[in-house]
Write a protein that binds this ligand. Structure first.
Ligand code: NAD
Ligand code: GLY
Length: 378
């Protein structure tokens, strides 16, 4: 008898986010939902899938079939960070109310970080809280925004200024959805993956540097591992400090600079991952002025960002004063004092209030082209 060759196993991973009664699992890999009974995570008999006009046509029907026996409703939002605001949220609430959804309805976020953050906040506040499920479809959402329970919307005066901590019931990272993700968005997601290596795991950064070509070619195995390790690092940090009283803030490495860029650009032109990529380089330069990171190390990291096609400088027309004005509005600023994340060494971040204004000014002036470089190739 001839044996039938078995199909090679496709990679899969699972990460648990340990938060007591709010604990949940992240299931990762191609076809990650295939072996799961997702209806177990649905509270009542109805659910509302929130998606956008790009992701909806690609995946809405297929995801609806993941929930047999449940009445599936959907709402399709316009696509873009500029719609991540209270008006966008109102579309979700109006749909829920007009459709007679009650407190037993479960919300499902199907899309990138914008949809995930908005749906999570809608779930946190609709009738004082209904359950929700994250099905992230962008690389950035799969490694970052779908995990950890930060939800919310932007205000014209600042990014993510209105929101809540609210954890999902389960996160399904089906890496097959990355097949349709545009290259620019894919590369933006890599910025957050690189971040995890820099802030918490030098060996992971070394691995990323060595396997970057496989990842850029979207190799299934390399990608599943990179997503799993990223989620593990985030899950550990979130489990230790769910509401960001301290250590969780290191996840915002480069973000205070990056959010200033996004706000300055009115959430247009640059995508989030690009803004925080330039922001991380600025935070690294601040670490150089603090004497904890060498210019050679910054150049090593910069070349990884360059291989990913990510920006390493802020927008050309942004000035040091724009940064200062916008950075003071950051949520991490407390009592008017700016708190920035710097590296103590590669793979080891800290929240820093002692970075020194002179050093910050030097970094901003250099990045905005007003002064000579701090020994880091421009
Ligand atoms: P996004 O949600 O705008 O998605 C990027 C683009 O890719 C969009 O056009 C989207 O429609 C499209 N897209 C998504 N998946 C696709 C797919 N599979 N195929 C084709 N197109 C697809 O942006 P993002 O980068 O995913 O997320 C950025 C947002 O996440 C920001 O608002 C940021 O503030 C937020 N964020 C939140 C957290 C958190 O902890 N909550 C962390 C990081 C970022
Ligand atoms: N993205 C930062 C955090 O989740 O804390």
């Amino acid at each position: 008898m001839t044996s039938v060759p078995s199909r090679p196993a496709r990679p899969s991973g699972r990460v648990n986010v340990c938060l007591g009664e709010r604990s949940y699992s992240i299931h990762i890999g191609p076809g990650a939902a295939d072996s799961l009974k997702l209806t177990d995570y649905v509270h009542g008999k109805r659910l509302l899938i929130v998606t956008n006009e790009t992701v909806g046509p690609l995946y809405l029907d297929a995801i609806g079939r993941w929930f047999p026996g449940v009445e599936v409703d959907s709402v399709v939002l316009p696509d873009g960070e500029r719609y991540k605001n209270l008006e966008g949220l109102d579309i979700i609430f109006s749909h829920l109310l007009k459709g007679g959804h009650d407190r037993k309805t479960t919300l499902v976020a199907l899309g990138g970080g914008v949809i995930g953050d908005m749906t999570g906040f809608a779930a946190a506040s609709y009738q004082r809280g209904v359950p929700f499920i994250q099905i992230p479809t962008s690389l950035l959402a799969q490694v970052d925004s779908s995990v950890g329970g930060k939800t919310g919307v932007n205000h014209t005066l600042g990014k993510n200024m209105i929101g809540a901590f609210y954890q999902p019931r389960v996160v399904i990272v089906d890496t097959d959805t990355l097949d349709t993700l545009p290259e620019r968005e894919f590369r933006a997601g890599l910025a957050e993956i690189i971040k995890y290596g820099l802030i918490a795991d030098l060996r992971f950064f070394d691995w990323l540097e060595a396997h970057l070509d496989d990842i850029l070619q979207r190799d299934e195995e390399a990608l599943t591992y990179a997503i799993q390790r990223s989620c593990q690092i985030k899950a550990e940090i979130v489990a230790a400090d769910e509401t960001e009283q301290g250590r969780r803030a290191i996840l915002n490495f480069g973000h205070t600079f990056g959010h200033a860029i996004e706000t300055f650009l009115h959430y247009r032109q640059w995508v989030h991952g690009e803004a925080i990529s330039a922001g991380m380089l600025m935070a690294l330069r601040l670490s150089v002025t603090g004497g904890t990171i060498s210019p050679a190390e910054v150049n090593r990291i910069k070349s990884v960002f360059e291989r990913c096609g990510l920006p390493t400088q802020p927008p050309a027309h942004m000035e040091a004063d724009d940064f200062k004005r916008l950075m003071l509005r950051d949520k991490k600023a407390l009592d008017g004092q700016m708190r920035l994340v710097t590296l103590q060494s590669l793979g080891n971040a800290r929240v820093d209030t002692q970075f020194g204004e002179t050093h910050l000014n030097a970094v901003l002036s250099e990045a905005c082209g007003d002064s000579p470089s701090l020994n880091v190739a421009p």
